[in-house]
Design a protein around this ligand. Sequence first.
Ligand code: DC
Length: 229
Amino acid sequence: MAKKIIITIDGWSSCGKSTLAKQLAKKLGYAYIDSGAMYRAITLFFLRNHIDWTDEKEVAEALEQIHLHFEHNEKSGQSEIFLNEENVEYVIRDLVIAEKVSDVASIAAVRAAAVAQQQKMGKKKGIVMDGRDIGTTVFPNAELKIFMTADIATRVERRFKEMFEKNPNITIEEVKDNLEMRDYIDSHREVSPLRKADDAILLNNTHISMEEQLNFALNLVKELKEKVS
Ligand code: DC
């Protein structure tokens, strides 16, 4: 069997990281982990339990009560996140969560807990993980790192379409404001800010199709395997 590698996909909000990561994982027979879902599930727990996340002690106690795991759903073909045994894959996509998740993801203790679990998941390799700090902090030695970007207008349009299907009351301005706010907080926080790892390959998908971007990534995997074999 070919040697398994770790593939990291980082980048700005809503530039198609999870779409590419899922497709790649499927093609390669790898596990796909959506690290953003972990920060979203933690945010859901904090909101539901009225945790004051400016209070370090409260955060530490809350983190001890949070257990996250992913399960593969045969029907949807997706890996879904569970918060303390409850499937929260769909509720965490709500705008209410999107409005707070970047603040929660800026907390050092939250990041330490999430990163430790993410690193465990990569022990056996054969994994595609997407997020903001996967190539820089979680797996700095990953064999393949991709950093994705796309024009803001394109990203807003894509996210709006996706959210509008679930919530027809949502406006394009709300989606744009949320994306810009998250990009700002994610790239300016103190701990592991969003940035391209020096050895990551840049992929701007503003003008390319999903098929083209998948082929681009598969070619990178192929080149890498030829180099090491
Ligand atoms: O990928 P996403 O939009 O579901 O991520 C939600 C938020 O979680 C994002 O705005 C920033 C944070 N995040 C992070 O800080 N680090 C990661 N590795 C993944 C997500």
